[in-house]
Structure formats: C-alpha cells, structure tokens
Design a protein around this ligand. Structure first.
Ligand code: ZN
Length: 72
C-alpha cells in the first residue's frame, strides 16, 4: 500500500482548511480529468481559460474555465 494522506492534492496546504480542502480536491480532479469533445467524442485539451481544442477533430469550443461542461 502506498503511504499518503487521503486528502489528496490539497494536502500541500497543510492542516486547518477542512471542507475547503475537499472542495479544492474536487475542482482539481476535474481539471486533471480528460475532457471529451462534444463533436466527435475525441479528447479535448484546454488551451486557454475556457477554450478547449479537440485533439482529434481540431475543433475549438468554449467550456468552463477550469473544466468542460457538457450542457448543450
Ligand atoms: Zn473532436
């Protein structure tokens, strides 16, 4: 078993942040997650804040600033 704290990436902030830490983990997990292109289901990469580019069809589309919302 790997040694480590369950709090994940936010552990770097040390003790005392409680719930904020958990929320931050959620956000960071979404950022790291591979995003799916709404046009071809290929992989999309964030090239700028809120701008995503599909690695497959090269289409660019706006998304959430930190993670892609699939809402259309
Ligand atoms: Zn695509």
């Amino acid at each position: 078993m790997a040694k480590g704290k369950k709090i994940g990436a936010a552990g770097r902030f040390g003790a005392g942040y409680g719930k904020v830490k958990k929320r931050l983990n959620d956000v960071e997990a979404k950022q790291r997650k591979k995003q799916v292109c709404p046009f071809c289901n290929g992989r999309a990469k964030r090239i700028e804040k809120a701008i995503w580019e599909c690695q497959k069809c090269k289409k660019r589309f706006a998304g959430g600033a930190y993670h892609l919302e699939q809402n259309s």
